[in-house]
Design a protein around this ligand. Structure first.
Ligand code: ATP
Ligand code: LTN
Length: 336
């Protein structure tokens, strides 16, 4: 029995919204780890287009971005032979489990979600019910696959804790049904800040593109954005409280080069911020160049992408269906 448990490969699930162009923050906080995890675990990754419509999206644009985001995660190293990569709306079980889980989630719990408060403030004319129940849909994504580990940036920690609470509650009331998932939040890169305002998270729906580095930005644009990154009036490249801009650049540099903060401080001792910003920009541009190339090749082969996401949805649905059937039985829905 013990052996059997040890032998079961852990399941990883994560998702990304096609709500804008994928940023360096999404990459360092999440997608980069997705690639590494697939060597060791059974990984399932989704382009969560159902989550994206909690904020108004132009339909043609959403459709285009969904395919682009799918191609981009493959370009970042997600291998559709090793992992399951699919588009959320293609697997109807996500919408179905959402209803049941919504009935196991409290209004008060959802009212405490900081992302809901932030997004309601940003979109005061469209505080829709979907935006409010967004974390339930996310809990469903995770719980449908009996997920053990969820690689996300730190901003998703609260949603993840809610998913755990919902699983524990459902298991407690209806008997063991779901694996209770754990988060997998990277030590470095879990919250990359905007280059234009280093007190704010780099976010793909930020209307100001200056603060955001997009994975598909050409090298010159990346270097230009880093050159104009907001820092401080100090001169020293060192990681210290209050130096938000420099700390952010050091984190990014460390993530793409593997150097420690001490090594970075040593490398830029006696040099100005100008040299440092150029070095970070160049390192990021070099790191992202192969991803951009691979992306362009994938986008030129739409038939291959279609084959991958169709097969991905079939594989995902097979797993999701088993959990959904179990859930329907546990809540007492009469079988067809
Ligand atoms: P939006 O601005 O539309 O809310 P987003 O940029 O926050 O989008 P999501 O699709 O919601 O991106 O998130 C995808 C993944 O990227 C999540 O795991 C999230 O935690 C992570 N992530 C998002 N922004 C950052 C960031 N600035 N630093 C590190 N990780 C991030
Ligand atoms: N809410 C997440 C996206 C997301 C997700 C998930 C992440 C939707 N479903 C399931 C991990 C697991 C976000 O990044 N904003």
């Amino acid at each position: 029995m013990e052996n059997q448990a040890a032998e079961r490969k852990k399941i990883v699930f994560s998702g990304i919204q096609p709500s804008g162009q994928i940023t360096l923050g999404n990459y360092l906080g999440a997608v980069r780890n997705w690639k590494q995890l697939q060597e060791e675990y059974n990984c399932i990754y989704s382009i969560v287009n159902m989550h994206a419509i909690t904020v108004r999206q132009d339909p043609a644009e959403l459709k285009k971005r969904t395919l682009e985001a799918y191609a981009l995660i493959l370009a970042c190293g997600i291998d559709p032979e090793k992992s399951i990569a699919f588009i959320q709306s293609h697997v109807k079980e996500h919408a179905e489990i959402n209803w049941v889980l919504a009935c196991y989630t409290q209004f008060g719990e959802l009212s405490r979600m900081t992302q809901f408060k932030d997004k309601s403030q940003k979109n005061p004319d469209n505080i829709n019910a979907g935006l409010f129940t967004y974390p339930v849909l996310m809990a469903g994504d995770i719980l449908l696959y009996q997920t053990d580990l969820v690689p996300v940036g730190i901003d998703q920690k609260q949603h993840l804790e809610l998913a755990r609470d919902i699983a524990i509650r459902f298991n407690g009331q209806r008997g063991n049904t779901f694996v209770v998932p754990d988060g997998y939040i990277p030590k470095a890169g879990a919250k990359i800040m905007s280059l234009a305002d280093p007190t704010k998270k780099m976010s793909k729906s930020d209307p100001n593109p200056r603060g955001c580095v997009y994975i598909l930005d050409p090298p010159e644009t990346i270097i230009k954005k880093f050159k104009s990154a907001v820092t401080d009036s100090d001169m020293e490249v060192c990681y210290r409280e209050g130096k938000d801009g420099i700390n952010n650049l050091m984190t990014i540099y460390s993530c793409v080069t593997g150097k420690t903060y001490e090594e970075i401080e040593e490398e830029f001792k006696g040099k100005g911020y100008g040299d440092f910003k150029l070095a970070v920009g160049t390192a990021v541009a070099e790191h992202l160049a192969p991803i951009r190339e691979k992306y362009n090749a994938l986008m030129a082969d739409k038939a291959y992408l279609e084959k991958c996401y169709t097969e991905g949805a079939e594989k995902a649905s097979r797993i999701a269906r088993r959990t959904l059937e179990k859930v329907y039985k546990k809540v007492g829905f009469l079988p067809k």
